[in-house]
Design a protein around this ligand. Structure first.
Ligand code: PRX
Length: 632
């Protein structure tokens, strides 16, 4: 069955069917995949526990669907194009047949290093082909991958490894990032000092550094490669067996391990990829996200490979060697579909039009945006200067927890509008809820965005702590999945995402809990207490503003103290969570019951102190004047 929607009418029919007969609808899509054994029942669910099972008792292996089933028709088609950080270095291309072989070899390396079905494997690697091989190799043998973005610190990595009790770590000696080279293995070594579950470390030689190899624990990928077979049978998995864990921030201090399973995730990422981007067989597709985030999982690897597409992986950054790099890569490979984040667009906008105008960009057909609200100025710039007003911009709203795209226009099929994600995808049943927990049915009203029915790609649990999953997503409103976002529909029913309504901030498309950053800052011995809020930032979307209270022994030089606080955050989480502004204060505005009044701090950070609202319930009202006067 061809399940690509080709007209507005087909979208409407598909949507209607997906709501009226969801099981038949998804079964019809799922039939297009290779199953070792068909499911007994399409869906079991309740949002109280919560319990969600798709394709019950179905047996499959996702890599047979990403790779093996394409071999006959697409064996010589390009599966993966890898473009290195340095444009002078040669790119590498892998056909489906070659990728299949590489994945099988990596799978055999994992096996010979003791990995078995169900074991957790941590992957901490730069954007190199071996990262793709590693992810798929885990899936091939039924090991659960937990990819950790290679910008996280050793402390953050250790927390994630220990939470998942990972047995093996896959990494590299170092990584290239623009003009810099960064040690990676050293970070792993530091993390592993506190990770007793890890038995083996497999190291890819990327930058040619001499690294410390621990006898009996660490092995080189290239040496292991010489000893393994090119064939590796795919492990038979239950549709609800774990495929991966991906850690993401919530409003509490500790990141959660979001769990996705094999069957539903497969069906959902493939379906959404084909339809949103209107992918066609000969298209070259490029998603700039790092595989360390959900976008890289679902739309750099799984979705495109399931669809038999050619997917491009880029090791570098948009501004190296100059801010024309994205456009140069598009022209070099004739990229047809380009998917990136608003923060990248805004940073390239700031470097001037010349860089983009020197490339033809003729091959482009569809542009995508993901990760944060795209402001109108960036939307127009992207549409006019990159897409030459010829390419639809699909603004895709979704989350780590949703597994795949939920609200988005379908390229050239459903309407697009700047700053709006568009209609819900078939199978997605959004609902807006007001302050009292009641449904908002009228358009043009803001509310809390929830989902009232399960979709195949949704989160199943938070690893090792199901109650946390229930609490975080299913307890705010009974029988609904709560997204944590505020949204509204326009008069035509197009969705607009306003932003997070919880204590999560979105910095350059990366999610952090304010409590998580505060916990990190508080690790500094001079800091007694801190409060972190987001504020509007021209390039990052949101910036991190920290208010810190220090102890008596703290350095008197404020710049030194700030540098120390930054160092602590970099050490605890990573450079990506560095506060943009740190204001040193003598106290925080608190209610008599000791609760920090974040509302006031947010206003100060936004530079809007004209109306701070009622401060009479504060324990120490004069502190507000001090904070306002010292605002950065
Ligand atoms: O607030 C929404 C924002 O990013 C959050 C999800 O973050 P994460 O799990 O890291 O996934 C990012 C990539 C899917 C959402 O709760 N967000 C994501 N996409 C959009 C968005 N906000 C507005 N428009 C979007 N297109």
């Amino acid at each position: 069955m061809d399940y690509r929607i080709r007209s507005l009418e087909e979208y409407q029919t598909a949507y209607q069917k997906s709501v009226e007969q969801p099981e038949e609808f998804w079964a019809g899509i799922a039939e297009n995949f290779t199953w070792r054994q068909k499911w007994d029942k399409v869906l079991n669910w309740n949002f109280e526990e919560p319990r969600v099972e798709w394709f019950v008792n179905g047996k499959l292996n996702i890599t047979e669907n990403c790779l093996d089933r394409h071999l006959e028709k697409r064996g010589n088609k390009l599966a993966l194009i890898w473009e290195p950080n340095d444009p002078k270095e040669r790119f590498i291309r892998y056909t489906y047949r070659e990728l299949h072989e590489k994945v099988c070899q990596m799978a055999n390396i994992l096996k010979s290093n003791g990995v078995q079905k169900g074991d957790r494997v941590c992957i901490y690697m730069p954007m190199i082909p071996e990262l793709a091989f590693s992810v798929l190799a885990c899936a091939r043998i039924g090991a659960v991958h937990s990819v950790i973005f290679a910008g996280f610190s050793h402390t953050a990595m250790a927390d994630r490894i220990n939470d998942a009790q990972a047995k093996v770590v896959l990494t590299s000696d170092g990584l290239n990032r623009g003009p810099k080279q960064i040690p990676v293995k050293r970070v792993v070594d530091e993390a592993l000092e506190t990770c007793p579950s890890v038995e083996k470390v497999i190291v890819v030689d990327r930058v040619g550094w001499a690294v410390n190899m621990v006898e009996g624990r660490d092995v080189w990928y290239h040496e292991e490669l010489e000893q393994v077979d090119k064939h590796c049978p795919a492990e038979e998995m239950d549709a609800e067996d774990l495929l991966f864990i991906l850690y993401t921030s919530g409003s509490t201090g500790k990141p959660k391990g979001v769990v996705h399973t094999c069957g539903g995730y497969m069906v959902y990422t493939d379906y959404t990829f084909r339809n949103v981007f209107q992918y066609e067989e000969s298209d070259i597709y490029w998603c700039t996200a790092d595989v360390g985030w959900i976008t890289g999982h679902s739309y750099l690897l799984y979705g495109p490979l399931l669809s038999g597409a050619t997917t491009l992986m880029f090791e570098g950054v948009p501004t190296f060697p100059d801010p024309g790099r994205f456009w140069q890569v598009i022209d070099k490979f004739g990229v047809n579909i380009f998917y990136t984040a608003p923060t990248a667009i805004r940073s390239l906008m700031a470097s001037g039009l010349d860089h983009v105008l020197s490339y033809s960009l003729d091959s482009l057909k569809v542009l995508g945006s993901v990760g944060e609200p795209i402001n109108e100025e960036a939307w127009h710039w992207y549409h006019i200067h990159v897409g030459k007003e010829r390419c639809p911009v699909v603004d895709t709203w979704w989350q780590t927890e949703t597994g795949g795209i939920m609200l988005s226009s379908l390229a050239n099929i459903t309407p697009t509008k700047p700053s709006h994600a568009g209609f819900a995808l078939p199978g997605v049943q959004p609902i807006l809820i007001d302050q009292e927990g009641k449904e908002i049915t009228e358009n043009e009203q803001e509310g809390y965005l929830c989902m009232k029915f399960p979709w195949p790609g949704m989160i199943r649990t938070t690893y090792g702590d199901h109650e946390r999953c229930r609490q975080s997503y299913f307890s705010t409103y009974p029988n609904l999945y709560f997204t944590g976002d505020g949204a509204k529909r326009d008069k035509n029913g197009l969705w607009r995402i306003i932003g997070r309504v919880d204590d999560v901030i979105n910095v350059s498309g990366h999610r952090f809990g304010t409590a998580e950053i505060e916990n990190a800052i508080n690790q500094n011995k001079h800091i007694v207490e801190s409060a972190v809020v987001g504020y509007p930032h021209d390039v990052k979307g949101q910036g991190i503003y920290a208010f810190v209270v220090c102890g008596e022994e703290a350095p008197t030089n404020q710049e030194n103290l700030r540098a120390e606080v930054i160092e602590t955050v970099v050490d605890q989480i990573g450079k990506i969570a560095k506060p943009d502004k740190i204001q040193i204060v003598s106290g925080l505005p608190k209610t008599r019951s000791g609760k920090i009044m974040r509302r006031i701090l947010r206003k100060v950070a936004e530079g809007d102190t004209s109306n701070l609202g009622d401060t009479s319930t504060l324990l120490d009202p004069p502190i507000v004047d001090e904070i306002v006067k010292g605002a950065l």
